[in-house]
Design a protein around this ligand. Structure first.
Ligand SMILES: [Zn+2]
Length: 416
């Protein structure tokens, strides 16, 4: 049986009551601050679950805000590998470096963990359709899980999104619509929710609050899986790419559950890996509420936003963690270093989690015996064009050794 008790505002504790869950807390909104609701639980007597016959991440369903008789919409999400990267770790000066490779999920990103919960709820409640504003990963996951649930899915996106992302979303059967600006996506999405009663998956409020609060706890499963994969212990630090910080906050909540159940003694420090540094600036300014920074298009478009959310701040502050930002050059260098030294091709946005850890190692914030985990949220195959720009053109040669020798030397610097 689910341990779920109630939804309350993450910032002020205001209970959800009869208000819509997707507009965020009205008390905080009146103060000009966006704040999401978050699920609260009563974990008295709760135990870490063993195998229980539930599919994918629904093994942990008692730790989600789902009705006990809701039938899971699952296509095998979760159970992704935790890999120790000795070669990259040596280059970055981190002895115990691990990555949680979330590209092994059904739609190749960790958004599947959130969408499996929301589509389960949407189908259980008889929603007519689901809708989302997305730059790609979240949209692809929404589309796939809507397909598995047998429900229509309408996705609003922006013109700059790579064609690969649009194709993926359409291939899963979603209706993909482009609007001129990011804010326009939220406007039309809000009309669909208000006028048609569609279930929202992403947030669509300004200031941003994060995604549907009934899905975020799907990310708890990342913390639960890491705990098991490290032999029933917690790492010292977990770095997660952060924009609206659903994944960062959900993983943090999972770690808090583990501590509350007595499985671990201490919640790991959480690191927000950003592009422009809104969390970093907010912490440096000592502000309680999100502070915005200038933003523009980035290779890390999945997380390129100038205003963080309250839930992201909470995960970093409550775990005594850090926030570090990455520019495009640092991110793309890390992408190729990871792929060429470990055989893992991660999306640019994902690589910010490693850049942030590399910076912390340089600053002496990671002790030699500490275990650190970077969450790689999606695959590089979602946007191969940005990687191609950093690689030499593939040479064409006649089948002769001299020609091969020249080509290997000139294109790759390899002498034979
Ligand atoms: Zn509030």
């Amino acid at each position: 049986m689910s341990y779920f008790k109630e939804m309350t505002c993450i910032r002020c504790g205001h209970p959800l009551g009869g208000d819509p869950f997707y507009t965020g807390c009205p008390v905080c909104k009146a103060e000009g601050v966006g704040a999401n609701y978050t699920a609260r639980y009563d974990l008295a007597g709760a135990k870490f679950p063993g195998q229980n016959g539930q599919p994918g991440i629904f093994r942990f369903r008692d730790f989600y805000p789902l009705a006990d008789d809701a039938v899971p919409v699952s296509i095998g999400e979760g159970n992704t590998p935790l890999l120790k990267l000795d070669r990259l770790g040596e280059k970055l000066g981190i002895r115990n470096l691990y990555v949680k490779d979330e590209s092994r999920n059904p739609t190749m990103s960790y958004k599947d963990r959130l969408c499996s919960l929301i589509l389960t709820k949407a189908r259980y409640e008889g929603a007519q359709a689901v809708t989302i504003a997305s730059t790609g990963n979240h949209g692809a996951a929404a589309a796939a899980y809507a397909a598995a649930a047998g429900m229509p899915c309408v996705i609003f996106t922006v013109p700059q999104v790579p064609e690969t992302m649009k194709t993926l979303m359409q291939a899963y059967g979603a209706c993909v619509i482009v609007t001129p600006t990011a804010v326009d996506r939220w406007t039309i999405m809000g009309k669909c929710v208000d006028q048609l009663g569609w279930m929202p998956i992403s947030g669509f409020q300004a200031p941003a609050i994060g995604s549907n609060c009934y899905g975020i706890d799907g990310y708890k499963s990342i913390a639960f899986e890491i705990y098991e994969q490290l032999g029933n212990t917690a790492p010292d630090m977990i770095s997660v790419p952060a924009c609206y910080s659903d994944g960062l906050y959900g993983t943090f909540k999972g770690a808090c559950d583990l501590k509350e159940m007595g499985c671990i003694e201490k919640v790991p420090q959480f690191v927000a890996a950003e592009v422009f540094g809104s969390i970093e600036k907010t912490l440096a300014a000592g502000s309680k509420d999100p502070v915005s920074v200038p933003s523009e298009w980035s290779v890390s478009f999945s997380i390129a936003n100038g205003l963080c959310t309250w839930q992201g701040l909470e995960a970093v502050r409550a775990s005594n963690g850090y926030a570090r930002s990455s520019n495009d050059k640092e991110t793309m260098e890390m992408q190729l270093m990871l792929a060429s030294s470990e055989g893992i091709y991660a999306e640019a946005s994902s690589c910010t989690s490693l850049v942030a850890l590399a910076k912390l190692a340089k600053e002496g914030k990671i002790a030699p015996d500490q275990k650190v985990v970077a969450v790689l949220t999606s695959t590089g195959l979602k946007d191969p064009a940005s990687t191609k720009e950093k690689l030499p053109p593939v040479p064409t040669i006649q089948p002769e050794m001299d020609a091969l020798r020249d080509a290997l030397q000139s294109a790759y610097g390899l002498s034979i």
